[in-house]
Design a protein around this ligand. Structure first.
Ligand code: CTP
Ligand code: CA
Length: 228
């Protein structure tokens, strides 16, 4: 299945890729963030450009060199990514949400730095839910042929295996493909390598053995192109 992306099969296609991790600020200097480096999203953008696609890369707090031939939109928070993703998806043939999006944001933002209180007490930070961008995109496609892809980093637990969680997430998000990574202490994040299973809403399941993120990227585009 993975051809290594030698063909210009995304010519005349617009694809949108989100990458990195959102930051939800508490005050001007502090935020709730996550460990996503943006490498997988950048590899997806680079691979799509190599296949001839017009690529919009929504980069959330990524410290990597800009991929050549890709339009980059920088965002910070989940709310900013939501706005940018909805705008970019309007004329897209495919959207791949590789960014790690905060599930919660601080309910309040103070525009001055939070100080320690003199009585030694600790503040309680109230959180509120962010919007689910992937589920929104999948439910509000501008045209029925748009392919929507999510990523999920999962761990197996007492409620089910990594794949059980992946299947359930694919169904709840309503997307066409879900790239499921098994994560642990030293797997997935900040790594050059990636190993994954790509689940399809059609019941398909494609295992991608450990390899560079570019190889996984090309498998994802192979599967997307087959659905365009
Ligand atoms: N995602 C999103 N918007 C959110 C949260 C997640 O678009 N507010 C997207 C991610 O970009 C990813 C997919 O949803 O493509 C799965 O993210 P994940 O965190 O695994 O899913 P959640 O629904 O947030 O589930 P969990 O409670 O396991 O974190
Ligand atoms: Ca989440």
């Amino acid at each position: 299945l993975a051809r290594g992306g030698g063909e210009p099969d995304l010519v005349d296609r617009h694809v949108v890729v989100s990458a990195g991790g959102t930051r939800e600020y508490l005050d001007p200097v502090r935020f709730l963030g996550n460990r996503s480096s943006g490498r997988q999203g950048y590899a997806l953008a680079r691979a799509a450009a190599a296949r001839g696609g017009r690529v919009t890369l929504l980069a959330a707090n990524v410290a990597l060199p800009d991929p050549a031939g890709v339009g980059i939109v920088r965002v910070g928070s989940a709310a900013q990514l939501y706005e940018a993703a909805v705008a970019a998806a309007a004329d897209a043939d495919a959207v791949v949400m590789a960014a790690a999006v905060a599930d919660f944001r601080p309910a309040d933002y103070t525009d001055t730095k939070i100080k320690k209180s003199s009585d030694g007490s600790s503040p309680v930070i109230e959180l509120e839910r962010t919007a689910d961008i992937l589920a929104h995109l999948a439910a509000h496609r501008p045209h029925p042929g748009q392919v929507v892809v999510g990523f999920a980093a999962e761990t197996g637990d007492e409620h089910g295996s990594v794949l059980d969680h992946g299947r359930a997430k694919l169904a709840s998000k309503g997307c066409d493909l879900l790239v499921v990574n098994e994560v642990g202490a030293d797997r997935g994040f900040e790594s050059e390598q990636n190993e994954a299973v790509v689940l399809g809403a059609d019941g398909s399941c494609v295992a991608v053995e450990t390899g560079p993120k570019s190889a996984l990227a090309h498998v994802v585009w192979d599967l997307v192109v087959a659905r365009l």
